[in-house]
Design a protein around this ligand. Structure first.
Ligand code: ATP
Ligand code: MN
Length: 464
């Protein structure tokens, strides 16, 4: 009896001697003069392909096998044996090749040649069949699994925060509005659109962060995290911004800023360790073809401590660096990507955690420090990507929080439930947001964030 196994299993030396069924897509076919063919197939289970040898004696050899081309789907039955070829431990001597679907050589876009990532974005329905996107998909999957395991083992509760929200959570970015009103003929009240007539009786939006709701669970159940999609309508066409991306947001009661930084550092190191261990072939590919520093960087980070310093210290370093920046730096201005990258790439050459930012450039919910000029914020910066995590200790004092809201022209009544958490049994608490795609970008070395999410959403792009 032949048994269905994956290409990953069939590639291992232990598979030798087994009679198996393999199913996947043809990557290449080569014909030998001695009337047999080599067919390489991939099924997504691992980076590598398996080579099948199809003999000219097979009944569909001339009619089907000799016409196989990249993209055709096949089932191959046969015996796994040791391969005399280089770079592979095993191969399959086929006893039957069933062709499920052909792929016209004239029109199938993925012929055996290098395609640009820009071109592959235009065929996002086919790009999972390429080496690079197969590897990205497996690494992304490994990262997600590792993150869940890390939090679960650490006693965090996974909570699902809403995708549709009525609060502009934190002014974190431009929001997408959600409405069922007829835009052509919207009901009006005093010359303005009457959102009281809308589905939720008020203006509503796609969330930019699950933080405020995660705080609700932390301030009652201890430690919680969200892992879901977030949306920002920022019209920035950068290699690090998406309109729809996935964010991981842990939130911890009875935790200060130092505990928050410790968690961020521990979590990142755990993810890097897992990826190196579980996706060695994929990471080797990124190291060889995409960015030669990937493996070394990950190893180095796992072993070293993140460099922690205050915003004030960072501004001093930047001002005396002698570096020409496009945007000037001065205490009280928000750091630009070029500044963040200088610190982590050139100055420290390792991940950096900046903390204690000026209160004027940070949202109302961050905890005001005793100096009354800074807040307990922290950003984790990594080489090439810049900011990967943004977090803070939250303001747990009702009066201070209300004062900060008024300063930023927010109506405390709109946040009555958020304030209730401070009114009843308030606790010091902290949390952060990690962008999944920025993390995958960093791990793989992929230059553009659009190439580490299956279906990127950016201004003007929502195909697939
Ligand atoms: P940036 O300054 O880089 O635009 P931000 O300060 O707006 O980011 P936060 O609001 O702190 O980001 O969000 C937390 C994390 O979410 C960021 O550290 C980043 O990893 C990720 N993130 C934020 N905006 C985006 C985006 N548009 N696309 C992808 N990831 C994002
Ligand atoms: Mn931030």
């Amino acid at each position: 009896m032949s048994e269905k196994i994956t290409v990953a299993e069939a590639r291992r030396p232990e598979a030798v001697g087994r009679v198996v069924v393999l199913q996947g897509w043809v990557r290449t076919r080569r014909d030998s003069k001695a009337s047999f063919s080599f067919i390489e197939i991939n099924d997504g289970s691992c980076f590598g392909n398996i080579q099948a040898i199809a003999d000219g004696e097979l009944e569909n050899y001339e009619s089907q096998i000799k016409r196989l081309s990249p993209g055709c789907s096949v089932t191959i039955e046969g015996l796994v044996r040791e391969s005399p070829g280089k770079g592979q431990a095993t191969e399959v001597q086929a006893t039957r090749v069933t062709v499920h679907g052909t792929a016209d050589v004239e029109t199938y876009p993925l012929q055996k040649k290098r395609h640009s990532f820009e071109f592959l974005r235009s065929i996002a329905h086919l790009r999972p069949r390429t080496n690079t996107f197969g590897a990205v998909a497996r690494v992304r999957n490994c990262v997600c699994n590792s993150i869940h395991q890390f939090f679960q083992e650490d006693g965090f509760l996974y909570v699902h925060t809403p995708v549709i929200t009525a609060s502009d959570c934190e002014g974190a970015g431009e929001m997408f509005q959600v409405t069922t009103l007829n835009l052509e003929d919207a009901p009006k009240q005093g010359g303005k659109v009457d959102f009281a007539a809308d589905f939720f009786d008020r203006p509503s939006f796609l969330t930019v962060s699950g933080q405020l709701e995660a705080e609700i669970f932390a301030c009652g159940l201890g430690k919680a995290y969200t892992f879901g999609p977030t949306f920002r309508a920022e019209n920035s066409n950068t290699a690090r911004h998406l309109a729809e991306f996935w964010m991981i947001e842990p939130e911890m009661a009875f935790c200060d800023l130092v505990g928050n930084m410790d968690l961020a550092e521990r979590m990142l190191k755990r993810v890097f360790t897992d990826v190196l261990e579980k996706c060695p072939e994929d990471i080797e590919f990124f190291n060889l073809r995409i960015d030669k520093t990937v493996v070394e960087t990950l190893r180095h980070i796992i072993e070293s401590e993140f460099r922690r310093l205050t915003y004030t210290e960072a501004v001093e370093i930047l001002k005396t660096s002698g570096e020409k920046f496009e945007f000037p730096v001065d205490w009280g201005t928000d750091l630009q990507s070029e500044h963040e990258r200088y610190l982590t790439e050139k100055h420290f050459k390792c991940p950096v955690i900046l903390h204690d930012y000026p209160s004027s450039i940070k949202p109302f919910y961050m905890r005001l420090s005793d100096d009354e000029k800074t807040v307990g914020a922290m950003d984790v910066l990594v080489p090439k990507v810049g900011e990967i995590i943004g977090g803070s200790q939250r303001e747990e004092r009702l009066d201070v929080l209300e004062a900060r809201m008024k300063e930023q022209d927010l109506e405390p009544e709109d946040y009555w439930w958020y304030l209730d958490l401070r009114r009843y049994g308030t606790v010091p608490h902290s949390g952060f947001g990690l962008g999944l795609e920025r993390l995958v970008q960093f791990i793989t070395g992929m230059a553009n964030i659009r190439d580490v999410i299956p279906f990127p959403r950016t201004p003007g792009n929502a195909e697939f």
